[in-house]
Design a protein around this ligand. Structure first.
Ligand code: 2M8
Length: 429
């Protein structure tokens, strides 16, 4: 069984590899996505550390002059297969964008330094031969500097996201109230190529898409400059900032490996962890709506994953919530993306309840780091089995395990490899 599932996961990643990077899924997501590539590289390192490094190199080639790593690097041949594509963003006309590739102007959660450190760990000699860490380090520092200097829009020491797509958890109930403030419609006449590859009932509605486009247009038309005083959507998301803190700790390890001073990165991780305390409520981390100046008190998987940060003072409360009726105590096979007891839970609809394999892997990693190895192993073995049974789905209904979204999804396959091959759950190994 073990060998077969590994072979099948590798086969998905081979099929989705396009020569320089891995598509999240060949139909629904035909370009390179930022945080997908990092999750993909974490699994890929077990079959080819070299290709995992190539995946990250391809992504870093899309970095902007201000340091941002874009949400998407577009394949110019597939513009009509995904919306919004390069013809919407027209990134080359925006100052500071790369002139070799077309990208989106938004970003995604900063899991990149973490992935790069893990790739190095898979084969330090190969990494050294290719100067992998030395090449990546200044780019990763510039990326984190962008977040620190341009994205602390709330002044609380945390990075704000400027669009639901930046959270990676696009239509999480966390963003509902803020999105309902958008009453204008976008100029861009958008189509929905995504609905050719996934059921409409499992994807955001057209109304939600209209608001996504409106926000993206506003950001684009402001030159993606992050200095738009009346901007309508600014959020401090606990998962985005937890991954930022983990990536700072990874940068500290990279700096040490390169013989540089690790202390600025350790300090920054500490500052982020302290700033996250302002989001903690009732057993989980809320998201802060920076525009309305309120905490959105909805328990989501985003709000449990600061548990990844070593020594986080709220660990016991987070574990109790994870084990309780809102998450695993509900009888879910994998952690649902949203509170199982919430009246608006929808276990089949995109980020409003289903279980995602990256979140399951992050949860197991965090639980194991906090001496909950039995639950971590249980989630890990279910992750592998349910992915394999369902042809590596994008997400599943957490109680019945029915597959939803698209299938043969790359990070599902890669995190199966990581779970199978990296048995100790070590965060930085
Ligand atoms: C989903 O997001 C994209 C926009 O970025 C979409 O819905 O079209 C999310 O699940 C996101 O986390 C993921 O990175 C992306 C590609 O897999 O798909």
């Amino acid at each position: 069984m073990t060998l077969d599932v590994v072979a099948r996961a590798i086969e998905v990643l081979e099929a989705n590899w396009n020569g320089s990077h891995t598509l999240p899924a060949t139909g629904l997501y035909p370009h390179q996505w930022s945080w997908d590539s990092a999750f993909i590289a974490i699994g890929l390192r077990h079959i080819s550390p070299r290709r995992a490094a190539q995946e990250m190199d391809a992504l870093l080639a899309g970095q902007w002059a201000d340091g941002r790593i874009p949400q998407i690097i577009f394949d110019p041949h597939r513009d009509s297969d995904y919306s919004p594509g390069s013809s919407f963003w027209k990134s080359r006309s925006i100052s500071g964008s790369p002139d070799v590739v077309d990208t989106a102007g938004l970003v995604q959660p900063p899991n990149h330094a973490w992935a790069i450190w893990k790739i190095h760990q898979a084969d330090p000699e190969e990494s050294q031969r290719r100067n992998f860490l030395a090449r990546a380090y200044p780019r990763l520092v510039a990326w984190h500097e962008y977040l620190r200097t341009r994205r602390d829009r709330g002044g609380n020491g945390l990075a704000s996201i400027v669009h639901p797509w930046e959270s990676g958890t696009d239509n999480s109930p966390l963003w509902d109230d803020a999105m309902s403030r958008i009453s204008d419609v976008p100029q861009h006449v958008f189509d929905r190529p995504d609905l050719l590859h996934a059921e409409a009932s499992e994807r955001p509605s057209n109304r939600e898409y209209g608001r996504y486009f409106w926000l993206a247009e506003r950001y684009r038309d402001h030159g993606c400059d992050d200095a738009d005083a009346d901007y309508l959507f600014l959020f401090e998301d606990p998962l985005f900032n937890a991954l930022y803190a983990i990536s700072e700790l990874a940068l500290a390890k990279i700096a040490t490996e390169l013989g540089r001073d690790a202390s600025p990165h350790e300090r920054r991780a500490y500052e982020l962890t302290s700033a996250l305390a302002g989001l903690f409520v009732n057993g989980y981390y809320a998201a802060r709506d920076v525009v309305a100046e309120v905490l959105v008190e909805k328990a989501t998987i985003n709000g449990l994953l600061p548990l990844l940060i070593p020594g986080i003072p709220t660990a016991n409360e987070l574990i109790a919530t994870m084990e309780g009726p809102r998450f695993m105590g509900s009888g879910a096979l994998l952690p649902p993306s949203y509170d199982a007891t919430a009246s608006d839970l929808n276990p089949e609809l995109y980020w409003r309840g289903p279980a995602w394999f990256n979140m399951a892997w992050l949860s197991a990693t965090a639980l194991a780091a906090n001496d909950r190895t039995a639950l971590a192993d249980e989630i890990g073995s279910r992750l592998v089995r349910l992915a394999d049974m369902n042809n590596f789905p994008e997400y599943i209904e957490p109680w019945k395990a029915t597959p939803h979204g698209t299938q043969r999804f790359s990070w599902t396959a890669s995190l199966v490899l990581e779970t199978e091959r990296h048995k100790d759950w070590g965060i930085f190994t």
